[in-house]
Design a protein around this ligand. Structure first.
Ligand code: ADP
Ligand code: ZN
Length: 591
């Protein structure tokens, strides 16, 4: 190997240095060793094979599960000057691509697993020169993974037909079981596994109960410029949320779910990817194939399925490394519904599902650092505080709500474990209604026993009891005892409650934190220039340059191509293609 990886990193990608484990991975790949890279979203997995593809003789064959993902990658690779092509059913230039491969004119060839495993493709590979097999989203090979794809199982024979070609599997999947399975399925030795830390320090986590979801999310949007994703649990919910937010925020807002017409879906996704300020209200179906680096916030309007799902969904924010927000709005009914669903799955799966939910509850109810709970879940040992989550920024006060909790439970019990939270609150605060009179509940000892200071704890206590499984909801919405009720009533357990900080403080804490300058005319002019170039090239703006590159331009005001080329993210190819246009904008603003 004559070329130097760092020199290639500068020249092609314009990055000053490797990030995290990239260097270890690239070193192994260049040495021809089989490797599994486990790196979180945004850690820069693609560079781990793109860089070697530019240095090694022959073509790097990249197996990728989604056509949209492949085309994204193709755009980005081409923009830095790599010779890349995709071989998919929608590409009409397949014959040309085969020719380029055979002539040794491709650095990267992207292909889907089902095509990769055909005899036809193996034939093609045998007639050309392969530098490396890169298997993206490698967890798809494992039945343990959350996204098993049988086609991935067919890759092994292909890989084994070229035993001398190094293989690099890549995944963001944290779970140990899946990783081991991937090693085995793809024939990678254990010492070939390189695991990056899972922290995403630029993401600010915040978790808060819902009261008026649409208004809470509109507030978040108002203080968070840039593109964002709002995950809504139901299809109908996404459309309703999009409509409400569109009216209340003045931002472009679209809906996305699997029930929409395919052309509408494709258009909304395309527009979102190209946009610098769009909000998309989506079910979790949205995001898998999307590689948009400048998503500034991810909001959850309901509880995610698991901590893994939460991590993955929030991980779509801030891939470019700039500050981003992940804000979860939860309701007690989310937990109640989740428990109900668990009761409906086959008995063998129930303990696992219950564990998943308990882990989520721990994340939601902690008064400590959210990041710590997350990372510990993934087996890391992070510091006590991170300084970039809601609880670290505004430490909540813990108060003892055991008394109110016992009153609450007593009221549920005395009224026969059949009424909903609203009615229980009426009984406890002594609000006469026709119903309470008819039921004779005004005679109960629990009638009107919550007053004064305790009043404001009623709703949070109701939520906490549901979350802790001291209360459950029956199919008609009535509350009944769960397994954790007894200990509380008998005085064997307490109910510490986390008191949310005052709203003003919360606003400040979870507030806007964009790294981009506000009202800087040069920065805005650079953005406009990027928009024009993107339109001309038919690519999203971030493919031209990331915001961080524009910010550096605005701050440093480089006057020459060589000065411009020293900015992170500006390699030779982009300097040649776009340098002059941006230098002109800077010069115009400096005179
Ligand atoms: P992943 O596939 O792991 O989610 P990507 O490959 O999309 O991550 O990379 C995430 C972002 O990080 C990209 O925008 C990429 O340009 C940037 N990036 C990758 N490596 C580096 C590096 N060494 N220095 C600076 N930025 C990098
Ligand atoms: Zn924290």
């Amino acid at each position: 190997m004559v070329a130097d990886p760092v020199a290639t990193l500068h020249r092609i990608f314009g990055f000053p240095a490797f990030r995290g484990v990239q260097e270890d991975v690239v070193t192994r790949v260049l040495a021809g060793q089989r490797t599994l890279a486990v790196m979180p979203t945004g850690a820069g997995k693609s560079l781990c094979y793109q860089l070697p593809s530019a240095m090694l003789e022959g073509t790097c064959v990249v197996v990728s599960p989604l056509i949209a993902l492949m085309h994204d990658q193709l755009r980005a690779a081409t923009a830095v000057g790599l010779r890349a092509a995709t071989l998919t059913s929608v590409d009409e230039n397949r014959a040309e691509t085969r020719g380029r491969f055979l002539d040794g004119e491709l650095d990267l060839l992207y292909i889907a697993p089902e095509r990769a495993s055909t005899a036809d493709f193996r034939d093609l590979l045998e007639r050309g020169r392969i530098a490396l097999f890169a298997i993206d989203e490698a967890h798809c090979v494992s039945e343990w993974g959350h996204d098993f794809r049988p086609d991935y199982r067919l890759l092994r024979p292909l890989l084994d037909a070229f035993p001398q070609v190094p293989r690099l599997a890549l995944t963001a999947t944290a779970d140990d079981h899946t990783r081991r399975d991937v090693l085995e399925q793809l024939g990678i030795p254990e010492e070939g596994m390189i695991v990056a830390g899972f922290d995403r320090p630029n993401i600010r986590y915040a978790i808060q109960p819902r009261d008026q979801t649409a208004r809470q999310i509109a507030d978040l949007i108002a203080r968070t410029p840039g593109p964002g994703i709002v995950y809504v649990p139901s299809r109908a919910g996404t459309e309703k949320m999009a409509e409400t937010l569109g009216r209340s925020t003045g931002r472009p807002v679209r809906a996305y779910h699997a029930g929409l017409d395919a052309s509408v879906r494709a258009r909304n996704q395309r527009d979102f990817v190209a946009s610098e300020d769009m909000v998309i209200c989506a079910t979790v179906a949205f995001g898998m194939g999307i590689d948009k680096p400048d998503v500034r916030f991810v909001a959850h309007a309901g509880l995610p399925k698991s901590i893994e799902a939460y991590y993955q969904e929030t991980g779509r924010a801030g891939r470019d490394g700039d500050p981003a927000v992940a804000h979860l709005f939860w309701g007690a009914d989310d937990f109640a519904r989740a428990r109900q669903r668990i009761g409906e799955v086959e008995p063998a799966r129930q303990p696992g599902e219950r564990q998943r939910l308990t882990a989520l509850a721990a994340l939601v109810e902690t008064a400590g650092c959210r990041r710590r709970v997350l990372l510990r879940h993934f087996g890391e040992d992070p510091p006590e505080t991170c300084g970039n989550c809601d609880n670290c920024l505004n430490p909540p006060a813990a108060i003892d709500a055991t008394q109110v909790a016992r009153k609450y439970l007593s009221a549920v019990f005395r009224t026969g474990q059949m009424f909903g939270a609203g009615y229980i609150e009426q009984v406890l605060t002594g609000q006469s209604t026709e119903r309470s009179l008819m039921n004779g509940h005004e005679q109960l000892t629990v009638w009107n026993i919550v007053e004064g200071e305790e009043l404001r704890l009623l709703k949070p206590v109701g939520r906490a009891l549901l979350l802790k499984d001291a209360l459950r909801t029956n199919p008609h919405g009535g509350l009944e005892f769960g397994p954790a009720a007894r200990a509380l009533l008998k005085g064997e357990a307490t109910l510490p409650l986390i008191e949310p900080p005052a709203r003003e403080r919360r606003r400040k804490g979870a507030g806007a934190q964009t790294a981009n300058p506000v009202d800087d005319p040069l920065f805005e002019a650079l953005r406009a220039c990027r928009r024009d170039l993107a339109k001309e090239a038919g690519v999203p703006p971030y493919v031209i340059f990331h915001d961080s590159a524009l910010r550096e331009m605005a701050a440093l005001r480089p006057a020459s191509a060589s000065a411009l080329g020293r900015i992170s993210g500006i390699g030779q190819r982009k300097l040649d293609a776009y340098g002059a246009a941006f230098l002109k904008v800077i010069a115009d603003h400096s005179s």
